[in-house]
Design a protein around this ligand. Structure first.
Ligand code: BG6
Length: 528
């Protein structure tokens, strides 16, 4: 008799037969949809990549979905000299490329009327005062009531100078409307720099005005973790140390470092993915039920998880952390170069592009349940998922005739690329013999009717305008995650405790040592 080990292979054929996920009756229960109040969105760093690739396309889609207030205008500010029209053309190109043949010229023309540009030198207070003049007159024209959102789409080294200027020029001072600032990651590069940055920003903005982005929190399926866990009665009772053996969280990418050498060489995977996205996913998986689905309650429960994370024992670091850097290899049949050969990367770079880590949450619910977390670039395939592996059955009634152990139940929350929830369980194969087969119950977001409604940046932009901080990271959470990771970063960076790089081929599941981190009995990382 056989039992299933790799659920991917064995389950495909039966998936449709036991597909779940069709909405029952017309059963959709929605809170009232809110349109934000009129406001100005000022994007610093507006000539850059993030604005062109993410922010403007997201705002354009929000507009087309009717989710933006009519009286919203957008001012791009950056050092590059450009007219309003040149700015509009630059952004139009970005959206047109992304949309290809579905690009709607008339809709763009209407949207572009909201777009303005102001060349702004970040070191120049007078330039900020001029910008203030432009904003005041547009505020009157668009009747925004003075509401303003400042978005810092700039390299982190500019967060301090820009917030200083916003403070000194009076632009941070609320005059009738609100003033908010949206800050991209990375928020600091260790505990000390994150605290300094907080201290600085707090001289100008209060915590209620600061929106620290982690775009993973805006992903539809990441938000669904809370709904799935806390709006269903059947999962919560088994979501603990009595039933869960361990948790695996994976964010594997096929992309390499691309054109971000300048940033990535000094960040590496622990700063780029772990301090923020990966630990946020861990917190959503491990947190207690919040009393209300509201920003303060949800963020408080996540913060409690960060407070409960066991410090990584540096004397046994290798039992808790495996690092990797990709060498040359093959991705989807194409040869790709190794990290050290990428443009702008040092030929002897010691920057890790892969990490696997073991965490423990020291509280009643999770005592003894390891959380294995891995993320890497240039891996075999792109997948982000959380797998809850339940304990094995306590007694095998077919013991006398079975020579293999039975694969345990696994619940998979797949975040991307195909958003779904899957549950692996054992069934009897049809037929005379009592053969077991592991099958998958499969709920697919795309099949469930409307598909994914808002992309991550659309969601966070909308929430920042609505003033809802639930999907943004608060100060204490940032500090706690840096408190956990800073000693680890110091240990590897100061003492050069990294393995000889490169140690995995592009297009694979990462370095072989990562497997040893998880090997316990029959347990393995889920296949990539
Ligand atoms: C970013 C990191 O925050 O997230 C990138 O800086 C990474 O290095 C990206 O590629 C992954 O995001 P997503 O949404 O593609 O999983």
């Amino acid at each position: 008799m056989a039992s299933g080990r790799d659920d991917r292979d064995q389950t495909e054929e039966v998936r449709t037969a036991i597909r779940v996920g069709d909405p029952i009756e017309s059963g959709e229960v929605c809170p009232v949809e809110q349109i934000p109040d009129p406001c100005a969105l000022v994007i610093f760093g507006a000539s850059g990549d993030l604005t062109r690739r993410k922010l403007i396309p997201s705002l354009f889609y929000l507009d087309r979905k009717g989710l933006l207030p009519d009286n919203l205008y957008i001012v791009g500010a950056a050092r590059t000299e450009m007219t309003d029209d040149a700015f509009r053309d630059l952004l139009r190109e970005g959206v047109r490329k992304a949309e290809a043949e579905t690009f709607d010229e008339a809709a763009w023309a209407a949207f572009a009327k909201r777009l303005f540009y102001r060349p702004t030198s970040y070191a120049d207070l007078a330039a900020f005062r001029d910008l203030g003049g432009v904003l005041s007159s547009l505020d009157r024209e668009f009747r925004t009531g003075g509401n303003r959102l400042y978005y810092l789409a700039v390299p982190p080294s500019l967060y301090t100078p820009i917030t200083t200027q916003l403070g000194e020029s009076g632009l941070a001072k609320a005059e009738g409307g609100y003033r908010r600032v949206v800050i991209e990651k990375p928020f600091g590069r260790d505990l000390r720099s994150a605290r300094e940055l907080d201290e600085h920003i707090h001289q100008v903005f209060s915590e209620a005005q600061i929106f620290r982005i982690d775009h993973y929190l805006g992903k539809e399926t990441v938000q669904n973790i809370l709904i799935f866990r806390f709006m269903n009665a059947i999962f919560e009772p088994i979501w603990n140390r009595r039933y869960v053996d361990h948790v695996q969280i994976t964010a594997a990418e096929t992309l390499g470092v691309e054109n971000r050498a300048g940033y990535y060489e000094h960040a590496g995977v622990l700063r780029d993915m772990f301090q923020n996205h990966m630990l946020q996913l861990l917190a959503l998986t491990a947190m207690e039920p919040p009393s209300r689905f509201a920003a303060d309650a949800v963020r408080e429960e996540k913060t409690k998880v960060f407070r409960s994370l066991r410090p990584i024992p540096l004397e046994h670091l290798e039992e808790h952390l495996v690092l990797g850097q990709y060498g040359p290899g093959q991705i989807e049949g194409q040869s790709v170069r190794g990290y050290r050969e990428e443009p702008g990367i040092e030929p002897a770079s010691q920057t890790p592009t892969f990490a696997a880590m073991k965490f423990h949450v020291d509280n009643w619910r999770w005592q003894g349940v390891p959380f294995y977390v891995r993320s890497g670039k240039r891996m075999a395939r792109k997948v982000t998922e959380i797998a809850i592996q339940f304990k094995r059955i306590p007694h095998l009634m077919l013991q006398a005739v079975m020579d293999e152990s039975i694969a345990p139940n696994v619940l998979i929350l797949r975040i991307q690329p195909d958003e779904r929830i899957r549950l692996a369980f054992q069934t009897k194969s049809p037929g005379f013999k009592s053969c077991l087969r592991q099958v998958m119950m499969d709920f697919c977001y795309q099949d469930a009717g409307k598909g994914v409604a808002l992309d991550a940046y659309e969601r966070v932009l909308l929430d920042a305008m609505l003033g809802d901080q639930m999907l943004f990271v608060r100060e204490e959470a940032v500090n706690l995650t840096w408190t956990l990771l800073t000693p680890v970063l110091e240990a590897i960076e100061n003492n050069d405790r990294v393995p000889p790089f490169p140690n995995y081929d592009a297009g694979t599941a990462g370095p072989s040592d990562a497997h040893q981190l998880l090997e316990r009995g029959d347990d393995r990382w889920r296949p990539l």
